[in-house]
Design a protein around this ligand. Structure first.
Ligand code: UDX
Length: 425
């Protein structure tokens, strides 16, 4: 495989993983970011966020000279491939904010040589590629859509063991991008730009649908004396359904699902279609975050002055990402209701200055003396802790609300506690 020159815009989760992995595959990559403090962290040999395995890949890339970092202000010319991996945050109305993407594309139009290919990895609504192509075509730069499906916490593995590579765009440009991925054994879906863009949104919306469906079944389980974990296990054994993403709990969070489901709903309305199912998925997810609050109120009554521990702050384990983390919304509601909240997370730290709750250094410290605990993230350290001992160290009524169905309820009960899971009577 011929090594290619690649310029990556954005040193976030997607950009940094993409740049480091392409460098590991032998390409010569420069990753650019406007955040100078992030660049300083990278120059010091550190990774700005927690992502298992990424530090090693970056280290190898820097040592081999294949991976460099820089600021876009210093950019004189782009490589033959330009990866765009900057944020597309939601606007208040739910649409994706494309300001960063557009400013990168404007810069690329000035700095890229004719024949260069833009690879759009940022999640942009269908129709965006067609409009960005209008800026790039006049200067001879091709546009392709290549959505990413990396999961935080397993992003490096997901890159090298991709289950598919989606490439939308003009045929010749698509084949050049396909060659860039040579060595990765994954089916390639070649399609038009709008189809590629929609594959990303439809995938995330479908996964979110599976989660909300499992959560609806959980609510029913609570009323039928059935166990949602067993029910969804039985359901997921059907190969037409599959076992993944059927885990009930306090709902999905993170930087993708909440944003992308809202953006797809917005895009549908904009195009004159009311996406009923997606609206329900979003609504169910909102309700799941209220479930711990309702349960605590049922058992503890008025929450004013009550000591509540929240175990796990990140939106899922193996990441330090707290964007759209259910834990934080739950904490805000508890604090608004007058509870005293102590949070604990093995990695995720919320800026203490802006947080309305105390952060404990250990799980035991967070839980000691608490009237109730809400388990919000299934970190192994939390799931496999000695819940008999922890429950015994709590104060009455010793309620453990397991928002991720990850703890042994019998252990809690053996310690004198009351255990409530989600759909797990
Ligand atoms: C997701 C997609 O999986 C990935 O393909 C896309 O590129 C980016 O968005 P990520 O946000 O890293 O990845 O997390 P993921 O592992 O998909 O989990 C998302 C949320 O769903 C988490 O809050 C998780 O706790 C929740 N979840 C997941 C459930 O509640 N139940 C499940 O069964 C699975």
């Amino acid at each position: 495989m011929k090594p290619c020159e690649v310029t990556v815009f954005g040193a976030g989760y997607v950009g940094l993983v993409t740049g480091a992995c392409l460098a590991d595959m032998g390409h010569r990559v420069e990753v650019l970011d406007v955040d100078r403090s992030k660049l300083e962290t990278l120059a010091a040999g550190e990774v700005p966020f927690h992502e298992p395995g990424l530090a090693d890949v970056i280290g190898r890339g820097v040592a081999s000279g294949n991976l460099r970092f820089g600021h876009p202000d210093g950019l004189e010319s782009c490589g033959e491939f330009v990866v765009v991996a900057v944020g597309t945050p939601p606007t208040t109305g739910g649409a994706a904010d494309l300001r960063f993407v557009r400013s990168v594309v404007d810069l690329v139009a000035k700095r890229a040589a004719p024949g260069a290919v833009v690879i759009m990895k940022s999640t942009v609504p269908p129709g965006t590629g067609a409009s960005l192509s209008e800026t790039l075509s006049p200067v001879g730069v091709e546009y392709t859509s290549n959505p990413e499906f990396l999961r935080e916490g397993s992003a490096v593995r997901d890159w090298f063991k991709a289950d598919r590579i989606v490439l939308g765009g003009p045929e010749a440009a698509v084949e050049r991008v396909a060659a860039l991925y040579e060595g990765i054994d994954a089916p390639i879906v070649r399609c038009g730009i709008a189809s590629a863009e929609l594959i990303k949104y439809a995938s995330n919306a479908f996964l979110a649908t599976k989660i909300s469906f499992a959560n609806e079944i959980a609510r029913l389980c609570d009323r039928l004396d059935a166990d949602v974990d067993l029910v969804m296990h039985g359901v997921g054994l059907d190969p037409r359904i599959g076992p993944a993403f059927l885990k009930a709990g306090i709902g999905y969070g993170g930087s993708c699902f909440p944003k992308d489901t809202k953006a797809l709903d917005y895009l549908s309305s904009l195009n004159g279609y009311d996406f009923h199912l997606l609206k329900a998925v979003i609504d169910v997810n909102k309700r799941m975050r209220l479930l711990p609050i309702m349960t605590l109120k049922d058992v503890l009554g008025d929450l004013r002055g009550k000591q509540i521990a929240v175990a796990g702050l990140t939106f899922k384990p193996n990441t330090d990402d707290i964007r759209e983390a259910p834990a934080l919304e739950i904490i805000d509601t508890l604090v608004a209701d007058g509870a005293q909240v102590r949070g604990y997370d093995p990695v995720g730290v919320v800026d203490a200055g802006s947080s309305s709750f105390e952060q404990a250094a250990t799980l035991a410290e967070a839980v000691r003396g608490a009237n109730a605990v809400v388990i919000a993230t299934e970190w192994p350290e939390i799931a496999h802790a000695d819940w008999r001992e922890l429950a015994a160290a709590m104060d009455e009524p010793r309620l453990v609300f397991d928002g991720r169905n990850c703890v042994d309820g019998d252990a809690v009960r053996a310690g004198g506690g009351n255990y409530v899971g989600v759909g797990r009577r």
